[in-house]
Design a binder for this molecule. Structure first.
Ligand code: NA7
Length: 536
């Protein structure tokens, strides 16, 4: 697509990112008659699913729930084939939606936004890209995603490696054939847990470098029963309405009972029952698993015992069974045959919890003085989550205030939607909103709808600027922290608290108070005349 000259073409809104948030934002804003352009670094829609093409990549929200709910026509026209959709199937879904809504016309691909600067006199944003675009917009909508800034750790000697290196979050489009290779995988979060069994299928030798074992639950994935899929489609609109009234934002009802109020026998029966269903249902077996250490310890031990049953070598089982964080406080993984993979003779687990990877050499990696010679290294090392994608853009608000400076001690937002000092800048699923803790597509729709209603309101009232107030932002940040402190989440060194990025401020970033609660707060803010925002 052509680029634009310095004459700064004018838009009503610029949307950054063409993932599920950017796609829906474009659809809604265009529907209100606004002139909109979406800038996207990839060469197509799909966001995180566009980049994460590693073997085994799949969504761990059930496919019949991981879809837009705003259009019955779109729901009716699509059918999922597996309980948990694979990355390619999700890309086909994104393509289907983009085609139905004719979204690509207003999207400029292969274009990374580099700067967004607020002009106080003009009350407009100037947005610049790596393709030389310089455009002006009244509203700037950051649909940049929570897990889109892939991160490779700095390991000495990285440049000297003679083989191939890959990051799961930036996987080659043509795929990778590891047949006959010795492969190292660094990282055992979701991306590692999903890819390791499939890489092991191909590789001649596989070394997994594990810094922290994660809890993983069986996905029990499989083809969707056509009768179930038909029924799910039939009841989708009603189900979605109901799910949106829950804090968990999920079809699976959370238990109302304490794990401590039942007998050992009952508890084991219930754990087994939930375990047998597959998926995240296990962690809501009891209402206090995520906020009482004692309850959590029971659930954690149950999962450890399952790991020990599967992994034949007791030493390896011990290494794989997490003991340094309560279950669920680091993002839970769902797997297909992950633990079984360690029973294969060509797969070696290398514990690096006490001795980090010392160095990468021309031929491999050195840990504890020993060299592991490999042909390829896979970095399954995650993302600079929640804030990374935003802060990689030079965002400057009033008086030249840099977002990076404002957030030096952790992100500060009002509702995860707006930031004081940055008028007319909206974030979709920004830090301080439920985002990654719930079905993110539902969180996206809720945010985009709120933003579009807000823009409508401004226009109906003849107003042009909205900005979060500092006091409201301070209160919100405090509330987000209080909610997190009422749970076990802050106990773990997770990407939720930025612990995976050296030097990043330790702040629990998502809002843990529940989706429906949050949705009500957002609605109340509107009902009270955009309480906590200044409108001008
Ligand atoms: P995660 O969950 O952040 O996992 C990254 C993994 O990489 C994790 O095991 C890390 O260990 C490990 N890691 C990171 N840096 C290093 C270094 N320097 N050395 C060794 N190991 C390291 O990212 P994923 O891509 O797996 O998943 C991200 C989300 O995508 C996931 O939660 C789902 O929401 C989908 P650590 O635990 O930090 O000790």
């Amino acid at each position: 697509m052509e680029t634009h000259d310095a004459a700064a073409e004018r838009f009503d809104a610029i949307v950054v990112g063409a993932g599920f948030a950017g796609m829906y934002a474009l659809h809604r804003l265009r529907g209100r008659g606004l002139k909109v352009r979406v800038f996207e670094a990839g060469d197509d829609v799909g966001g995180t699913w566009y980049w994460n093409r590693y073997p085994g990549a799949r969504c761990d929200v059930e496919s019949v729930e991981y879809q837009y709910g705003f259009s019955e026509e779109i729901v009716k026209g699509w059918s999922w084939t597996e309980r948990y959709a694979t990355q390619p199937e999700i890309m086909r879904y994104a393509d289907y939606v983009a085609g139905q809504l004719d979204l690509r016309n207003d999207m400029q691909f292969n274009t990374r936004v580099t700067a967004a600067v607020y002009d106080e006199a003009a009350k407009r944003w100037t947005i610049e890209t790596d393709q030389g675009d310089r455009v002006s917009a009244q509203f700037c909508i950051m649909a940049t995603g929570c897990l889109s800034a892939a991160r490779e750790p700095e390991i000495a000697g990285r440049g000297s490696f003679k083989g191939q290196t890959y990051h799961t979050g930036a996987w080659p489009h043509g795929g990778v054939d590891f047949s006959g290779q010795r492969v190292a995988v660094i990282g055992t979060g979701s991306s590692g847990v999903q890819s390791i069994p499939l890489i092991a299928e191909q590789a001649e030798r596989l070394f997994v470098f594990q810094r922290t074992p994660n809890f993983s639950l069986p996905a029990l994935n499989g083809p969707l029963d056509p009768a179930f899929a038909r029924a799910a489609k039939e009841s989708f609109m009603e189900d979605r309405k109901r799910v949106r009234t829950t804090d968990s934002c999920s079809m699976m009802p959370a238990s109302e009972i304490s794990a401590l109020d039942v007998t050992e026998e009952e508890r084991q029966r219930n754990f087994e029952h939930r375990w047998g269903k597959g998926g995240f249902a296990f962690v809501t077996s009891y209402k206090d698993v995520m906020n009482k250490l004692e309850a959590n310890a029971l659930a954690s031990e149950f999962v450890r015992s399952k790991i020990r049953q599967v992994v034949k070598d007791p030493k390896i089982a011990d290494l794989l069974a997490p003991t340094n964080h309560p279950i669920g406080t680091k993002r839970l993984c769902l797997d297909s045959h992950y633990y079984e993979t360690y029973n294969r003779p060509h797969v070696t687990l290398v514990d690096i919890s006490n001795a980090p990877i010392e160095r990468i050499t021309a031929e491999g990696l050195i840990v504890g003085g020993q060299e592991y010679k490999v042909d390829s290294i896979v970095f399954a090392t995650g993302f600079d989550a929640m804030t990374g994608a935003l802060l990689r853009i030079d965002i400057r608000g009033k008086s030249g205030l840099k977002l990076g400076d404002k957030w030096a001690a952790g992100p500060r937002t009002y509702l995860g939607l707006g930031v004081a000092g940055f008028p007319n800048l909206f974030m979709v699923t920004g830090p301080g909103s439920p985002s990654v803790l719930v079905n993110v597509i539902i969180a996206i729709e809720q945010h985009v709808d709120w933003i579009v209603d807000c823009i409508d309101h401004l226009s109906a009232k003849g107003l042009s600027v909205i900005e979060a107030q500092v006091e409201a932002e301070d209160r919100w940040v405090e509330h987000v922290n209080e909610k997190a402190d009422g749970t076990l989440y802050p106990l773990a060194n997770s990407w939720y608290v930025g612990a995976n990025v050296p030097g990043k401020a330790r702040v629990f970033m998502p809002y843990v108070g529940g989706f429906a609660t949050y949705d009500r707060i957002c609605a109340r803010v509107v009902a009270n005349g955009y309480e906590g925002f200044s409108l001008a």
